[in-house]
Design a protein around this ligand. Structure first.
Ligand code: ATP
Length: 352
């Protein structure tokens, strides 16, 4: 089931939480909605689920406009943090619930319900917990049961809001791997909200980056990391340096010294020339060369695993850090106080 969102607007009182969101989600895709707190991720997911109605814009599931459809009519399974399991029902009954409440015409026979629930509990690897109550489960087990409950109705679309939010890092990683395998096997269109960039980049086919109620960029993880579209995405995803720079005659310059061919740099909007702007560059896309007339001085060197992390300060007082793979020889390690020139192999220039 593909989902097409166009011009979605949602306000709460005088506050606008979504300012016209456009988004295409492909059939069978695993898509992450990533953004800082308050950027509108949950609001977007709740609109997809039918738990909120938009003020303007449309949501289509396949060819069908689902505006006005209640959650039960959308063929979605969802796991929201605040939709806890039913405390007074066993794990088995929690998972069976969505099937049991169906009108008699579409409700499967009891034997089939039992089989489907048992199969699902095996799939999420908690079949041995079928008779327990939610209070008797660990956090990770509860999340798996919540997922089994969402899957029981065999939805075409699965919506997950921070599904592993409350869990510790190790269990999160485990469940993440498990969700990826499950998605590969079942193949339903899945959208999950997270504020954890590692989780989004690791798990999703594509990621929507949201900022203040707007889509800032949509792309595959590698594409977002390598070619952020703007300053917001650059700052939000991964580490970055920001340098005051100019763009003249095909070169990006710092303190009037060329440090990059403009052809290797993405240039935001239409700035072909600019006296003043910001160059965003990832630490691993900067190189240092010993140079007595260079524009920077090494201030600190540390070894982090296989990488050398070098901090430098430019003559005009800008601090940046550089990551270089550790070479075979100790002689190649820069030393504090050494003058160096800088070369930039990729980045984004934004005119002031
Ligand atoms: N029911 C509501 N009434 C008023 N304001 C709301 C309501 N729901 C959300 N908001 C506001 O809309 C904005 C977006 O909220 P939303 O929950 O979508 O953000 P989020 O990106 O999911 O954040 P978080 O990562 O913190 O969960 C926030 O500023 C929030 O305060």
């Amino acid at each position: 089931m593909d989902i097409t969102v166009s011009g979605l607007v949602k306000g709460f009182g005088s506050f606008t939480a979504l300012h016209g969101v456009d988004l295409d989600i492909h059939t069978g895709e695993l898509m992450a909605i990533l953004g800082p707190s308050g950027s509108g991720k949950t609001t977007l997911l709740r609109l997809l689920a039918g738990l909120e109605q938009p003020d303007a814009g449309s949501i289509r599931f396949g060819a069908k406009d689902v505006a006005g459809n209640l959650p039960g009519d959308r063929d979605v399974g969802f796991v929201f943090q605040h939709y806890a399991l039913f405390r007074h029902m066993s794990v088995f009954e929690n998972v069976a619930f969505g099937l049991r409440v169906r009108p008699s015409k579409t409700r499967p026979p009891e034997a089939e319900i039992r089989k489907r629930v048992n199969d699902l509990l095996a799939l999420v690897q908690v079949d041995w917990l079928a008779d327990r109550y939610p209070a008797q489960l660990s956090g990770g087990q509860r999340q798996r049961v919540a997922l089994a409950r969402a899957l029981a109705i065999e939805p075409q679309v699965l919506l997950l809001d921070e599904p592993f939010g409350a869990l510790d890092a190790k269990v999160r990683r485990e469940l993440r791997r498990w969700l990826r395998d499950l998605h590969r096997r079942l193949g339903m269109t899945t959208v999950f909200v997270t504020h954890d960039q590692e989780e989004a980049l690791d798990l999703a086919d594509r990621v929507v980056v949201m900022g203040q109620g707007r889509v800032e960029q949509i792309g595959a993880p590698q594409e977002l990391y390598d070619s952020p579209a703007n300053a917001f995405v650059y700052r939000f995803l991964g580490e970055t340096n920001e340098l005051r720079a100019s763009l003249q005659a095909g070169r990006v310059r710092v303190q009037n010294t060329p440090i990059a061919e403009a052809a290797r740099i993405n240039v935001a909007e239409t700035a072909r020339e600019a006296d003043d702007g910001t160059l965003f560059v990832r630490p691993h896309l900067l190189s240092l060369t010993p140079d007595p007339h260079g524009i920077a001085t090494v201030t600190h060197v540390s070894l982090v695993g296989a990488m050398l992390r070098v901090e430098v300060e430019t003559q005009d007082g800008q601090n940046l850090h550089v990551e270089v793979p550790r070479g075979p020889s100790i002689d190649l390690v820069p030393t504090p106080g050494e003058r160096v020139s800088l070369t930039v192999r990729g980045g984004l220039f934004v005119a002031a």
